[in-house]
Design a binder for this molecule. Structure first.
Ligand SMILES: NC(=O)c1ccc[n+]([C@@H]2O[C@H](COP(=O)([O-])OP(=O)(O)OC[C@H]3O[C@@H](n4cnc5c(N)ncnc54)[C@H](OP(=O)(O)O)[C@@H]3O)[C@@H](O)[C@H]2O)c1
Length: 273
């Protein structure tokens, strides 16, 4: 069809050439796969951010790995920041503004979890998950610097035909009721449900400013195969992220995509009454 009407180049609809992306929590786990995929898809710069710069799980080792990827033309850089902390978000944006006046893609991925029995839940644990998974994501989207709204960094990058992107990493825990007993993750699940609705709010608020917002919700069930599953899930997540951020996803705004092989729909099979 693309060839027939000559309106687009099919080879470029999954490309991210020239794009600048910020991936929070990109130093390890699922989002290192995302940063990898963005560079392989042609992104000009991928900025990864997490709290730790040094050590085997810090940003610096991840940046080294990313910049060694074969065949890439873009580069990875790392900036340490705690994105649960508003001042640190302001500093992070300020750092990015020193070299870039626009941001095409913001992946708000850094997340915290906590699990345990219901009654003794320490109050700090609820604050921790809500501060990072909800309030931090909201503040990151606002991207305030020196009291000036900095959403314009995303706005400066987007056009009606090719909007800039916010992707919030949620969890299937935000659309199901996964664990409620000894290892209950009630406030984590609540925070992820809030992330879904935050995404819809931003989709409506920022759509007219040529910024789309969507949610990717990974599912994961710990098992003997855990490590292998994380590897496979990482690749699946990377594919969805590139799809949403590339021209193929230009017209997608305000959707939730669960990446769990449909497991959330079959949870009834795993519950003993
Ligand atoms: N893995 C799964 O099965 C799964 C399933 C559903 C949803 N998710 C979601 O996917 C996202 C990533 O999970 P993951 O499994 O990749 O986690 P992970 O391996 O624990 O990685 C978390 C990343 O976030 C960073 N981080 C944590 N707190 C931060 C903070 N306050 N400020 C900045 N960076 C911070 C970590 O680095 P530092 O510690 O150095 O800060 C690390 O880079 C989370 O939002 C999680 O809820 C994961």
């Amino acid at each position: 069809m693309y060839e027939a009407n000559g309106s687009a180049n099919f080879n470029s609809i999954f490309r991210l050439d020239g794009k600048v992306a910020l991936v929070t929590g990109g130093s390890r786990g699922l989002r290192l796969h995302t940063a990898t995929a963005f560079l392989l898809a042609g992104a000009k710069k991928v900025i990864i951010s997490a709290r730790k710069a040094e050590g085997p799980q810090g940003i610096n080792q991840a940046v080294k790995k990313l910049n060694r990827l074969p065949g890439i033309t873009g580069k990875a850089i790392g900036i340490a920041a705690n994105v649960a902390n508003t001042e640190d978000i302001e500093r992070l944006v300020g750092e990015i503004k020193k070299t870039d006046d626009k941001l095409d893609i913001l992946v708000a991925n850094a997340g915290a979890t906590w699990g345990g029995p219901f009654e003794p839940t320490p109050d700090w644990s609820s604050k921790k998950v809500l501060d990072l998974n909800v309030r931090g994501v909201f503040n990151l989207a606002r991207l305030y610097v020196k009291n000036r709204p900095c959403t314009p960094m995303l706005e400066a990058a987007g056009t009606k035909e090719n909007p800039s992107r916010i992707i919030i990493t949620s969890s299937t825990a935000g659309v199901t009721v996964p664990h409620v007993e000894e290892h209950g993750t009630i406030m984590y699940a609540v925070s992820k449900a809030a992330a879904h609705h935050l995404s819809r709010q931003l989709a409506v608020k920022l759509g007219p400013r040529n910024i789309t917002t969507n949610t990717v919700a990974p599912g994961f069930f710990p098992s003997k195969l855990a490590n292998g599953l994380i590897e496979i899930l990482g690749e699946d997540i990377a594919g969805v992220m590139v799809f949403l951020c590339s021209p193929a996803g230009n017209y997608i705004n305000g959707v939730d995509i669960c990446v769990d092989g449909g497991v959330r729909l079959a949870q009834g099979r795993q519950i003993k009454l």
